[in-house]
Ligand binder design. Structure first.
Ligand code: NAD
Ligand code: DAU
Length: 335
């Protein structure tokens, strides 16, 4: 697979994936990205133009998608609206990009016979109780909670239907919460790191007992590469690195690593419908495709991530004020 079209490549995981593929393959990459507020072209700094081309455009643009898809051997589809809080306040664009955008890509790969990997989330399975011994597997029923996760579930079902009805060559993956460099400051971990760097208090929703299953974005990238190269058509692979921690624990680590008291944060009103716990069983990916994550210690991964945000203020500072303003407006709208 020499020529890969990466949708949403200017976002967090897409940019990490592009960097991973430049280092770990000889592919030539084209990024197709609409450049929403979540994108940042600075994430490509230092990558040679011989390996990476960038097209600013929308996956909902039928003409553009049908021009680009046949010029490639595979499409890796990351493009989406991704933030749960935004989906509660303005769900329409989630329907457009996540559902209609995926539909346009499916039609294009069907007509041009191009391989597709669809990137999705563990949130399609809903949430687990804190003491539930089960974790999500490929056969867990879909039960999404938020407008965001419902649109991702819808996009997964479209991909599965196109595999079954039209025989397209596609794989899917559902991954747990990612962290690492190039993540937008609206998301939990970078929001708290940059709050501390900007002299503000971290903000914890509700009681902080909610559990997320953290994986470093570079481990997500290596898993997607493995599935793209040797995954079985039509299969769904769950990606996770056994990283379950409560939000309170994660915030405690960040505060400790940044030299603050572990209670130096502010409790803020909870997210409506807030999923309690996600947990991924990735044993099929490990045993069948031989994938192993490299980041096994969350605290060490966080230390490196904090260092990255300290060293790359020009990457995140322009988005910080606007993001915190949006949070204040969303809080006001909830009252
Ligand atoms: P992100 O919000 O950081 O980036 C999304 C990118 O998609 C942005 O660059 C944006 O400009 C682009 N985009 C949005 N709509 C588009 C459109 N209509 N046309 C073209 N480009 C468009 O997202 P992320 O966190 O990097 O997530 C990437 C993918 O991985 C998503 O599909 C998401 O559902 C999935 N995922 C994310 C996580 C996570 O923890 N962040 C975990 C599992 C799966
Ligand atoms: O599980 C995968 C999903 O992880 C992806 O599909 C989503 O695209 C991605 O955004 C992420 O969803 P979450 O809602 O879990 O991530 P978020 O970073 O928004 O929040 C993580 C947890 O932290 C969640 O329990 C809410 C909480 N939180 C979040 C923010 C922004 C806080 O306590 N304070 C905050 O300021």
């Amino acid at each position: 697979m020499k020529r890969i079209l990466v949708t949403g490549g200017a976002g967090f995981i897409g940019a990490n994936f592009v960097r991973h593929m430049i280092e770990h393959s000889d592919s030539e990459i084209t990024v197709l990205d609409k450049l929403t507020y979540a994108a940042n072209r600075q994430s490509f700094e230092g990558i040679s133009e011989k390996r990476l081309s960038f097209i600013a455009g929308d996956i909902c643009d039928y003409v553009l998608v049908n021009e680009l898809v046949p010029q490639h051997d595979a499409v890796v589809h990351f493009a989406a609206e991704t933030h749960n809080d935004n989906s509660l306040h303005d769900p329409r664009k989630f329907l457009n990009s996540n559902v209609l955008g995926t539909f346009e890509l499916l039609e294009a790969v069907r007509h041009h016979g191009v391989r597709l990997h669809h990137v999705s989330t563990d949130e399609v399975y809903g949430d687990l109780q804190l003491d539930d011994p089960q974790r999500f597997t490929e056969s867990t029923p879909y039960n999404p909670s938020s407008p965001y996760s419902a649109t991702k579930a819808c996009s997964d079902l479209l991909v599965k239907a196109w595999v079954r009805s039209f025989g397209i060559e596609a794989t899917l993956s559902n991954c747990s919460n990612n962290y690492g460099p190039y993540q937008h400051v609206e998301k939990f971990i970078p929001r708290q790191i940059t709050n501390i760097l900007a002299g503000a208090k971290p903000k914890l929703y509700g009681s902080g007992k909610n559990v997320r299953d953290w994986i470093h974005a570079s481990d997500h990238s290596s898993a997607v590469q493995r599935i793209l190269e040797v995954g079985d058509t039509g299969r769904t692979y769950l990606i996770g690195a056994d990283g379950e921690k409560s939000n309170l624990e994660v915030l405690g680590m960040i505060l400790g690593l940044m030299g603050r008291d572990t209670d130096d944060f502010e409790l803020v009103p909870d997210r409506p419908g807030h999923d309690l716990r996600y947990a991924i069983d990735a044993s099929a990916l490990r045993s069948e495709l031989g994938w192993e994550p490299q980041y096994l210690n969350l605290e060490q991964g966080l230390e490196r991530t904090i260092h990255w945000y300290q060293q790359n203020r020009s990457w995140w500072e322009p988005a910080k004020e606007q993001t915190e303003l949006r949070y204040r407006q969303q809080l006001h709208a909830m009252k």
